[in-house]
Design a protein around this ligand. Sequence first.
Ligand code: WTA
Length: 652
Amino acid sequence: MSIDKDNSSSDINFTSSHLKISLDKSTFQIKRAQSLQNIEKFWTEQAKNLVWNKYWDKTLEWNPPFAKWFVGGLVNASINCLDKHINSEIKNKAAIIWEGENGENITLTYYQLYQKVNQFSNALKNLGIRKGDRVTIYLPMVPELPIAILACSRIGAIHNVIFSGFSSTALVDRINDAKSKIIITADGGFRRGNIIELKKIVDEAIINTPSIQNVIVLRRTGNHIEMRGKDVWWHEIIQNQSSYCEPELIESIHPLFILYTSGTTGKPKGVVHSTGGYLTHIYSTAKWVFDFNQQDIFFCTADIGWITGHSYIVYAPLMHGVTEILYEGTADYPHPDRYWSFIEKYGITILYTTPTALRMYMRYGNEIPNSFNLSTLRLLGTVGEPINPEVWMWYFTIIGKEKCPIVDTWWQTETGGIMISHCTGIDIMPMKPGSAMFPVPGVDLAVVNEEGNTLPQNQKGYLVIRKPWPGMLMTLWEDDGKYKNNYWKFQNYYYFTGDYAIIDDELYFWLLGRSDDVIKISGHRLGTIELESTFISHESVAEAAVTSKPDRIKGESIIAFLVLKKDFVESDQLRKEIIEHIRNNIGAIATPNEVYFVDRLPKTRSGKIMRRLLKSVVSGLTIGDTTTLEDGTSIKEIQKIYNDLNDIIKNK
Ligand code: WTA
């Protein structure tokens, strides 16, 4: 396995000419260069790998910034994940092996999954759900979650999955924005030995969601719950439903789902994905990156509530007829060995996880992973945040025993599928720990300056996407204006990713974190402005400024500076209450690590929060990094603010 160990630091000033020769001539680079000569032709070929009810008339309609892929084509996601397998040798193969937190397990073959999806599709139709209706899904990681998703896609209902760690306020916002007719939930979910009372959270939410006509409740924990007027049991509505439901003919450009994600504005954004383009993108990237074969046992550890779970648990592996592991619990409960024990137990061949999970495991030392047989592994993946070179090396040596290539995959909710990665299905390339390597074929990425001009290699700038790609979001749900403002700030219609990046001498991409007000806590995406609005919604808080600082395990942690209203006095009790308020209004993932009370927020003369200064103070960086960045404020003023804040932090 070729890795450039000398580059295992984040120092990107290196040369290794021996790599250059092999790189230029590699199958991968040739394929990539060819793909970019005519992306429409390239993606047309890829789309033919799907099952279409009708081929498209036009590959791409590009009315910047709106792209429509495979216009005129008809395609159904559930046919591509299920029907296509049931007349093949895959019919009785395990599709999903589910492991519950309490050690239960269930295996569903492709045929069984097909039947369950069909039955549930009929149940949804029976409740009046039709093509184009929105269905909110708020379930723990149980097999019924992919079943519900696939059932929606079968009848053309647009699913809107909400991570089961979110609060009732978060549910209300998302349900009302999408105007969902139905919400699917469970009597509870297991988390670290406790029961999360999902139904209670839904009960609270639906007081304020007039569009909801029914609540479908799955019995999971057996926990006592109150069934009310709109509530129906999952097991009751599927009774007597036929195990065949005629799939709808779905236009390629019909939305497959809405997934809400955090951005730089106060409210979460409803990212809308199409059917044909999205499926083509994730099918192709799964093939190139993971190189799936029929013997693979794939384990993606993401929650289906996030995009990684949508694309690389629900849709892509099933389209490829792969056997996958679905796990309900967390990586370290009841013991910090879950992933390693599953690898041994199920003979997992591909592990796709997050740098946060790896950092957590690393902390427990090598003995635990070394005590399991990990020899079935052939490929290791990461996603969601930059992976530190030390963690990369640990993954490579301790978990992969230096025989498994690593795929560090960069992408976003908005891109639908992987955009930068080592494509092991095309070519095994020399790896550099900490670099996500190269854009996948058919996507055109560049690094630009403030004006949108492409920068030369080795210069840090904004990562942009220069041409439409099939997994590209169609818009933000019912908000084309916000879609344009958020992503298309460059005149030349380069899609703005919000990430900093650098391309090195050998065209390797290095992701350098977000350039905007988005933060990543354990790989979960949160917006500082969304957090600030939630702080301010507490009765005691007049003003709030939120920033993040590096965290050894979580990647980043949340730090808040608050100005209290005049009738409130700071105390530890109040701090606790405010933290609880954040947890109740967003979810536990948004729990701040540090909350400071201040007399006034650091603001520029034009009233903007000095975000870079805040970041420097909390991260212990010198003020030198920030002086030029805070418009119109003198160095002296900034120095004073910096010192005052520093005192507050130190004296806490
Ligand atoms: C970050 C997750 C570095 C990045 C699939 C991006 C990464 C944001 C990587 C999207 C990676 C994702 N290396 N950073 N391999 N993968 N990111 O929408 O900042 O939850 O913009 O999608 O995660 O987060 P999202």
